[in-house]
Design a protein around this ligand. Structure first.
Ligand SMILES: Cc1cc2nc3c(=O)[nH]c(=O)nc-3n(C[C@H](O)[C@H](O)[C@H](O)COP(=O)(O)OP(=O)(O)OC[C@H]3O[C@@H](n4cnc5c(N)ncnc54)[C@H](O)[C@@H]3O)c2cc1C
Length: 416
């Protein structure tokens, strides 16, 4: 079989399917395998799978297992709510882990190499088609590859997705700056590297956590770009970054000079689609469900997709071991699109909640402050075991209307 795309999704799928005894050829357009960016957060629904793959110990040795995740207001720096990540690990059975993207990617790449995945670079797929016995891809070079099935893990700008839907990435006009700070800098000495912290503010947010066993601090600064909103090409420049965070607390503003100020990323997602399979060609990862990053589940969903596919191959094969691809792909498509639809739409809603201003910001803060630390009702649907069938998909949480909250200022006013 063929996997197109050597990102986290493609490598995860290739490893999972090789575990089922399949011969996998992975085609990557870039001349070398690699990942850009800095940190990535892996919740228990991902570390559970890494453990099943025998890769969790290595992942833990490369990353940081933080003690707490804390949400603060970006304007006044006040704590709003927190998750005790040690308690969370006890609840879900697997840790919350933060890791450098290139370390996670390298870990999966080495695992694929050991498992015998045929890894091919400089292979840009330009078209896909079904054949009588499977599917075929054509490369920019004109060369073709054929297999019983093709998994398209070709990312946000997927070519394969066009077989299923005529859509475009949706721009949110938000822009991310990333950066890492070495542990010996004063900035890092002032933070607890065992904490994942997100500061949420009007039209912006700022995230930090430790990486590589505490060797460095990872920082992400995200804001709504006025130039992107106006449809201008020169969106997201460093002057916009500084202006967007001008009213945030000292700690957040002091972090901005440490961002990589020569590179920034526009935040896109796509509207959910419920059909990911076209004959023997199936979408996986960002090609199927690119999310906004607010609940940190994009790479996790991609890894879950590969795991679910592997499990269904194991369950749908003939006596001689040949996979029943039609049954395996149907089982995959019966469960993953609905879960990922929930993640994509919840990510959008979560981002809107983070970026509120004025009275709605105060109402949000009141709701977050009222949440009990050990209340997991908002994450149970995410962090539990990945569903293999629709009936295993946990129920969604009930959102609490903002209007039900009494903001602190109003409450104080009433009391006075
Ligand atoms: C700021 C930010 C923070 C994030 N934080 C988190 C987080 O904390 N946790 C989390 O789980 N997710 C996070 N995500 C999301 C996550 O990064 C992505 O969802 C994930 O990397 C998608 O992986 P993928 O393999 O599906 O796609 P990609 O990483 O896009 O990989 C696609 C691969 O396919 C190759 N390719 C593309 N086209 C072709 C072609 N035609 N032929 C051959 N090869 C091709 C590309 O070169 C690439 O290697 C974040 C995203 C952003 C932007």
């Amino acid at each position: 079989m063929i996997v197109v795309g050597g990102g986290i999704g493609g490598l995860g799928a290739a490893f999972s399917l090789t575990r089922q005894g399949l011969a996998v050829r992975l085609l990557e357009s870039a001349p070398a395998f690699g990942e850009v960016g800095a940190g990535i957060q892996l919740a228990p629904n991902c570390t559970r799978i890494l453990d099943d793959y025998g890769l969790l110990q290595e992942a833990k040795s490369l990353g940081v297992v933080p003690d707490a995740m804390i949400m603060r207001d970006a304007v006044d720096g006040d704590e709003l709510t927190r998750l005790d990540l040690r308690d969370l690990e006890r609840r879900y059975g697997f840790p919350y882990l933060v890791i450098h993207r290139s370390d996670l990617h390298g870990l999966l790449l080495r695992a694929c190499g050991r498992a015998g995945v045929e890894l091919i670079n400089d292979a840009q797929v330009t078209s896909y088609e079904n054949t009588a016995v499977g599917a075929r891809v054509t490369l920019a070079s004109g060369r073709t590859h054929e297999a019983g099935v093709v998994i398209a893990a070709d990312g946000l700008h997927s070519v394969a997705r066009r077989l299923l839907v005529d859509d475009r990435p949706v721009s949110s006009a938000y822009v991310a700056y990333r950066g890492t700070v070495p542990a010996d800098r004063e900035r890092v000495k002032s933070v607890d590297l065992g904490e994942v912290v997100v500061y949420i503010g009007p039209g912006c947010h700022f995230v930090h956590y430790g990486l590589r066993g505490g060797e460095m601090l990872n920082q992400v600064a995200v804001f709504e770009s006025p130039k992107a909103l106006a449809g201008r090409e020169d969106w997201g420049t460093p002057d916009e970054l500084d202006a967007a965070f001008a009213d945030t607390c000292d700690f957040v503003r002091d972090g901005l000079p440490f961002m990589w100020r020569d590179k920034w990323w526009r935040m896109f997602d796509r509207d959910p689609i419920m059909n990911w399979v076209h004959g023997r060609i199936a979408l996986l990862g960002d090609s199927a469900h690119p999310p906004l990053q607010y609940i940190a589940q994009g790479a996790i969903m991609a890894i879950e997709d590969g795991w679910v596919l592997g499990e269904h191959v194991a369950r749908h094969r003939a006596a001689d071991g040949t996979p029943d691809w039609d049954a395996a792909l149907a089982a995959y498509e019966s469960v993953r699109p609905e879960h990922c639809r929930r993640v994509v739409t919840t990510s959008r809603a979560w981002g809107e909640l983070w970026h509120l201003d004025g009275v709605p910001r105060e109402q949000r803060n009141a709701l977050l402050r009222a949440r009990a630390t050990a209340d997991y009702s908002f994450v149970d649907w995410l962090y539990g075991p990945t569903a293999l069938t629709p009936d295993q998909e946990p129920p969604m949480f009930e959102p609490i209307p903002l209007s039900s909250a009494i903001p602190r200022t109003a409450a104080q006013g009433t009391a006075a």
